[in-house]
Design a protein around this ligand. Structure first.
Ligand SMILES: [Zn+2]
Length: 327
């Protein structure tokens, strides 16, 4: 056979392998969702005498990706909104944020970022910066008692420059991990966004809670309970909100970008998953835990910080509830 024929044959073989690998990357990868270990014995916290708590999603920006990228195995090109935002929580003992959305100056912070970063996980459209949300709500940054950061990826700390002096609550595990390199990645983007705000490190020394191995009861009354959701980053924090009126809510940070991720369960497309996940096996286990939790508690709203559609639906129901509550 002539050399040219061999080269053609080799090219076809390589092309077939590449095509096969690409197609396979979009197909579902089954999870073993059976429980491999005993659930921890846990203290049950009373759900009576809970306070009124208002929850408001503050959407600062967004991007759109096809569902097949956000959910492996979906095979749908339906556009899904990936939101960037914060959650304002008004509790009788504190007014605070879960994550911080995007500040007004975020385009300036992104100027020195690489082309690849700016066009993949650093791509977003700024809609309404955090300071504009606070102004509309007639809140000064000083009216906020603190901001709790679900984890230390740039898109969860990017509102901090609009919150001068507001204390930041961070899981100690997350802060220690970030100090080993994450703070300095992308030209020190996270370190610069953290600004000079005081940082308060949290230790999760509370008992197992709702199937999660430990907890942190923020006000000691069972109304705001933090649990670890490791894998996306080592110290990612989820937040249960238990209140007198309105549904119980479980904010899951980036453990699931969309509800499909824990409902199936399914990761994102493997390329995106590997770009944003610190520990593949642990992140999968967390998704499995969330999957089982969602089956046990269909009445609890489990909302990821990028799930634009679910956040909008929640806010519609919440506004309706507040209207009927005040009539
Ligand atoms: Zn994120």
């Amino acid at each position: 056979m002539k050399l040219r024929n061999w080269l053609t044959l080799g090219g076809i073989a390589l092309g077939s392998v590449a095509l096969g690998t690409t197609v396979k990357s979009f197909l579902p990868r089954p999870f073993g969702t059976e429980l491999l270990y005993e659930r921890p014995v846990e203290a049950t916290m009373p759900l009576q005498n809970l306070p009124e708590i208002d929850i408001t999603f503050l959407r600062c920006g967004s991007t759109v990706i096809p569902e097949c990228i956000a959910v492996r195995g979906s095979l749908s090109l339906t556009p899904r909104t990936i939101a960037y935002g914060a959650v304002l929580i008004r509790h009788p003992q504190a007014t605070f944020l879960y994550d911080t959305g995007l500040c007004a100056d975020i385009p300036l912070f992104m100027l020195d970022q690489s082309f690849i970063f700016s066009n993949t996980v650093g791509r977003f459209k700024l809609e309404k910066p955090l300071c504009a949300h606070l102004e509309r709500l007639q809140l000064q940054p000083s009216d906020l008692d603190f901001a709790l950061l679900s984890h230390l990826h740039w898109d969860h700390v990017a509102g901090i420059p609009d919150l001068p002096g507001v204390p930041l609550h961070v899981n100690r595990v997350e802060y220690d991990f970030a100090s080993q390199g994450l703070l300095e990645k992308n030209q020190g983007l996270v370190r610069r966004l953290l600004s000079n705000n005081p940082v308060n490190l949290l230790d999760f020394t509370g008992p197992a809670y709702e199937g999660f191995r430990c907890s942190y009861d923020m006000f000691g009354d069972g109304s705001i309970v933090l649990v670890p959701l490791p894998g996306h980053t080592p110290g990612q924090v989820g937040m249960f909100i238990n209140r007198a009126h309105g549904s119980r809510v479980f904010l899951v940070g980036d453990a699931a970008w969309l509800s499909n991720n824990y409902a199936e369960p399914a990761t994102m497309h493997p390329i995106l998953w590997s770009m944003v996940t610190s520990d593949d096996a642990t992140a999968r286990q967390t998704l499995i835990d969330l999957h089982h939790f969602s089956r046990r508690h269909p009445e609890i709203a489990m909302i990821g910080m990028h799930d634009g559609q679910l956040q909008e639906s929640f806010m519609t129901i919440e506004q309706r509830r507040l209207q009927t509550h005040t009539v």
